[in-house]
Design a protein around this ligand. Structure first.
Ligand code: 13P
Length: 348
């Protein structure tokens, strides 16, 4: 094999291998599977625990993540699990690395690599996601630990004057530079531009903002030489704000989401995996099901899920931090993942 490594400015640069990226994507979504996002940062995980009175400690987070990865049959519906830095370094109580438990079950480990959305200077209420510094080296380390795909999330708030084009462009460039570093390392980038559900906006407003965000994002991805065939898009669904009085049916949300993405996402992207964004588990599943049931023949991409809350929330509530509740919580987690896999096929 010829050496595909170049030496530039004293740094070893590898040429991307698109086939490795494509193979990983095929495996992640094989047999109608989707992704499980279990990459809550320490503060987000603690917030979810606090809501159900679970102590917010390293050990409880470790126990909870062990509960998830040891769920029997999870691999029937889940092809990849996105981990947080703390979890990828943790082991089960029997001393087995969490990543090994996943890999042995045929679930590919992934890793959240962004360093969170931070207030954007000069743009009140808007955020820009950080984490590019040292990313090449961090990707090398995560790869050694078994990660074959990564995630970076940017957030956009709909309000009277937001999101601004500056906020969209700044985040689109960071997402593109992140994606380039991932692809250089043969790690599949999940590119996540999330238009938040917070607010009282209409579905029409969400449509317009999501379309604008996707179009700017894909323009930048193209400029930064990203292989679209070697990435996964993780968008929001097109839906009214959480505080909106508007009532849209399941089919209306499916319609708006598909029409928006057909208008803005190139057909060369192999897979879209939605975030749930604060929808209830049942609603997120129903929307995904309607999208696949009503539009299957018109969709150029695999349309799947990468839910966190919509898969995990009922399981956390059942667990309550008690060892005696682990089995029941695992059954609930298994069932939600099964339903989402069925929704991916549009057969519910
Ligand atoms: P939710 O499904 O809870 O929105 O989380 C998905 C995710 O990974 C957000 O980054």
């Amino acid at each position: 094999m010829p050496d595909k490594t170049l030496l530039m400015f004293g740094i070893k640069i590898k040429k991307m291998n698109t086939q490795i990226l494509k193979d990983t994507i095929t495996q992640l979504f094989a047999n109608g599977k989707g992704l499980l996002a279990m990459d809550e940062s320490i503060s987000t995980c603690n917030k979810r625990f606090a809501a159900v009175n679970i102590p917010q400690t390293v050990e409880m987070r470790r126990k909870y993540r062990e509960l998830i990865v040891t769920t029997k049959g999870l691999n029937e519906s889940i092809g990849g699990a996105i981990l947080f830095d703390e979890t990828i370094r943790q082991q089960t109580k029997d001393g087995i690395p969490m990543t090994d438990v996943l890999i042995n079950a045929g679930i590919i480990p992934g890793i959240k690599v962004d360093m969170h959305a931070k207030p954007m200077a000069g743009f009140p209420r808007e955020k820009v996601t950080e984490g590019l510094d040292g990313l090449r080296e961090r990707l090398t380390e995560y790869k050694k630990m078994g990660a074959r795909f990564a995630k970076w999330r940017a957030v956009f708030l709909i309000d009277k004057d937001t999101p601004t084009t500056q906020c969209i462009e700044a985040n689109a460039i960071s997402l593109s530079r992140y994606a380039a570093l991932c692809q250089e390392a043969d790690v599949v980038p999940i590119v996540e531009p999330e238009v938040l559900m917070n607010g009282n906006h209409t579905i029409q407003k969400c449509f317009e903002v999501t379309e604008q965000v996707q179009k700017i994002l894909f323009y930048e991805l193209y400029k930064y030489r990203i292989s679209l065939e070697g990435m996964i898009l993780k968008p929001n669904m097109v839906i009214q704000g959480l505080e909106s009085d508007e009532k849209n049916s399941i089919d209306e949300v499916a319609d708006a989401t598909v029409n928006c993405l057909l208008e803005s996402v190139p057909a060369s992207v192999p897979a879209i995996a939605f975030l749930s964004g604060g929808q209830s588990p049942e609603t997120a599943t129903a929307h995904l099901n309607a999208i696949n049931r009503n539009f299957k023949k018109r969709l150029p991409w695999i349309v799947s899920f990468s839910f966190a809350r919509a898969i995990q929330q009922p399981a956390i509530e059942a667990w309550k931090g008690e060892d005696d509740n682990v089995k029941e919580a695992q059954q609930i987690l298994y069932k939600r993942a099964k339903l989402d896999a069925a929704a991916r096929r549009g057969i519910l």
